[in-house]
Design a protein around this ligand. Structure first.
Ligand SMILES: Nc1nc2c(ncn2[C@@H]2O[C@H](COP(=O)(O)OP(=O)(O)OP(=O)(O)O)[C@@H](O)[C@H]2O)c(=O)[nH]1
Ligand SMILES: [Mg+2]
Length: 653
């Protein structure tokens, strides 16, 4: 998406990093400062990758860096590490710490760490509208005096206060605030400091990271320090940890929290809470063990009506049968037949059975496009309302069964938008085991928007048992495979803690911007692949290899799965993108070439396929080649196997 945009800036251009807890408005502020849109949603962990944008402050060019939210600068997950590494390795000129003013306690925990690092920063107390509604008042002048950095209040979604943040951002200095830990910790810090090289952040802060047992620092340590020094550091840490019954990280955190609480006692006042609004009521209802299920059912019905019915049936009918089927394609056929009257080969390339216009563009624009638009809109509503974190709480139990926890719910739901993006979001999981299981399940059985729409569209035309069967088989496969991999894979599962943001009314502007950003990405990514896939089929067809492949695959496709031979083409392009394969089935089904049993079998096999080439590449990038081979090597046979079993079972019945 837009993240890949090139940035024109020299090495010496000052860099300002936006750092802060998850879901506090960093990306909104990034957008306001740079004019570049990065995804904004109402749940923690939206940003998992750094985004950069250029701007000028008082005539001076600067680069603004948006970072993933962190709960501590001692990272627990890969996305948190990204942020810490920016500070440690890149050394931005200044930092804007964005804080949620109604959650000042956890924000100050980060302020203390920034103060320890010795980095110039300012504290932006964002979401002042919500903190005011909660009856929280913060004495910003007092806090600024105590910390020794500017403290500015903002309401990012109303663009309030941003000008001041921008004005001050380049002239900030390191905090003057100092505090000390217990004598034992201080001694350990002093001992470690003497062994460390100079870095963009203070030796004291690195010493504290090492004492906290920060494993993500290993790479940096091996690069900068000798093995002997690393041994010495570990000895210092071990002897400190022997003094406490609790882990040192916990001890350090507790001492920091004490300092935070003292700061708060001077600067923060909490008045009597105002009357509870409808938002909190809806919020609580959606997390309730029983009522929550009704809310979920309601959400699913609305999404189904909007995406499955309106998008995948009404809009697709209008575009595919009407606009494309009646007007555009017949015109195109006439036009291309005239232009290429000398060559049937070239004519078919554009308007034949596997033509670029009649297949690739018709599939991409008339069938998938209306589905993804409706899906992205529905999806943005869910993201921005704050429903997803609540769903995480509800499904935590179920997810524990499959070796994950509630934190994995958001990435799984994101997978319904795009599995490739969601695979990257697996970074938010705390352990490697969880990241691998999540990656596997996304690739196995979470259909992406385009495919889901097609599935819903086809299920809508089938008897109701087909819907139950599809959900049962796909859901059952996810649970079974998740459960088994949780037993087999080595490693740990982490505890689940998630900040629940308030229920918010989604803003039209964000919904529209986000939907457009995603559509742009969709068109750039999907249309070329559809054209390549179609070209591939076209060439196979023209070289008469297609019938040979169909014959070769016949025992599997026509025998084991009992599908027509054209299904082979769907599977072939399914390797490229499974939504493309699904669209082929949709087309075949629409032309009456699939019986209900064949339709459901093909839907199930295609859903259990690996999503697409892009997803495979992302798995390699994020989790490595070996994991990818294991995942892909498992999924394809599994998909066909399950399809065969279902076919066999249905026929017996
Ligand atoms: N009421 C209110 N909502 C805000 C304000 N600033 C941001 N938001 C909302 O807060 C949510 C989170 O905003 P983001 O910019 O995605 O937060 P982030 O800090 O980038 O989050 P991560 O990338 O997950 O760390 C969105 O729903 C925003 O619309 C504000 O000042 N007031
Ligand atoms: Mg963000």
């Amino acid at each position: 998406m837009a993240d890949k945009e090139q940035l024109v800036a020299s090495e010496t251009t000052p860099k300002i990093a936006l750092v802060g807890n998850p879901n506090v408005g960093k990306s909104v502020i990034f957008g306001l400062l740079t004019g570049r849109y990065v995804t904004v949603s109402n749940y923690p962990g939206t940003t998992v990758e750094v985004a950069r944008g250029a701007t000028t402050i008082e005539g001076q060019p600067v680069v603004i860096i948006d970072t993933p939210g962190v709960n501590s600068l001692v990272p627990m997950s890969e996305d948190e590490q990204v942020t810490r590494d920016i500070l440690l390795k890149e050394g931005p000129t200044a930092i804007i710490q964005v804080a949620d003013a109604k959650n000042i306690r956890r924000a100050l925990l980060i302020s203390l760490q920034l103060a320890e690092m010795g980095k110039p920063f300012l504290l932006d107390l964002n979401m002042e509208d919500e903190s005011a509604a909660c009856g929280i008042t913060i004495d910003k002048t007092e806090l600024a005096t105590k910390l020794g950095v500017p403290v500015i209040g903002t309401i990012a979604i109303q663009k309030r206060g941003i000008k001041e943040v921008q004005k001050k951002a380049l002239s900030v200095a390191p905090a003057t605030f100092r505090f000390s830990y217990s004598a034992e910790v201080e001694t350990a810090i002093q001992n470690i400091k003497t062994l460390l090289p100079k870095s963009p952040i203070s030796r004291r802060s690195i010493a504290l990271m090492i004492l906290s047992g920060d494993k993500s620092l290993k790479g940096w340590m091996h690069e900068k320090l000798s093995d002997q020094t690393i041994d010495q550091l570990e000895q210092i840490r071990d002897s400190l940890s022997r003094l406490y019954s609790e882990p040192v990280a916990y001890v350090i955190n507790k001492q920091r929290l004490r300092v935070v609480d003292e700061l708060m006692s001077f600067c923060v006042r909490q008045e009597r809470r105002e009357k509870e609004g409808w938002q909190s009521w809806v919020g609580r209802l959606s997390m309730h063990p029983v009522w929550g299920l009704f809310v979920l059912a309601g959400v699913l019905i609305v999404v189904y009506e909007f995406v499955g019915k309106f998008g995948a049936q009404t809009a697709v009918n209008f575009l595919e049968k009407g606009l494309f089927g009646h007007y555009l394609n017949p015109w195109a056929v006439t036009l291309f037949s005239k232009i290429f009257s000398f060559s049937p080969f070239l004519r078919d390339l554009f308007v034949g059975e596997f033509g670029i216009v009649t297949m690739a563009l018709t599939y991409a624009l008339a069938i998938i496009f209306p589905i993804v638009i409706t899906f992205f809109i529905a999806f943005s509503f869910m993201e921005d309302s704050g429903y997803l974190p609540r769903l995480s709480i509800m499904l935590n139990r179920l997810f524990r069964l499959i070796g994950l926890n509630g934190k994995a719910v958001v990435p799984m739901v994101l997978g319904l938008g795009c599995d490739t993006m969601a695979t990257m979001t697996a970074r938010i999981m705390d352990t490697r085991k969880e990241r691998v299981i999540l990656t596997l399940l996304l690739a196995l059985g979470v259909p992406c928007s385009a495919q889901l729409g097609i599935v819903l569209g086809m299920l809508g035309a089938l008897p109701i048992w087909a819907t139950f069967l599809w959900f049962g088989v796909v859901g059952g496969s996810l649970i079974l495979v998740g459960f088994l991999s949780a037993q087999i894979l080595p490693g740990d599962r982490s505890d689940f803690m998630m900040e629940i943001p308030p229920i918010r009314r989604p803003t039209l502007i964000n919904i529209v911007t986000k939907t457009f950003a995603r559509l742009e990405w969709y068109l750039k990514e999907v249309v070329p692949l559809f054209i390549i896939g179609t070209l591939f089929l076209f060439l196979l067809d023209k070289s008469s290899l297609l019938p040979k492949i169909q014959n070769f695959a016949s025992p599997l496709v026509e025998g084991f799965l009992d599908l027509p031979k054209e299904a082979t083409e769907a599977f072939l392009v399914g390797f490229l993108r499974r939504d493309y394969g699904a669209t082929r089935f949709f087309d075949l089904f629409g032309k009456g070439r699939l019986t209900p049993i064949q339709a459901i079998v093909s839907l199930i096999v295609m859903t259990l396929f690996v999503p697409c080439l892009a997803n495979v590449l992302m798995i390699i990038k994020e989790r490595g080649m070996r994991t990818m081979i294991a995942i892909v090597g498992f999924i394809y046979p599994f998909a066909f196997f399950v399809g065969g079993i279902i076919n066999w079972g249905l026929r017996i019945l």
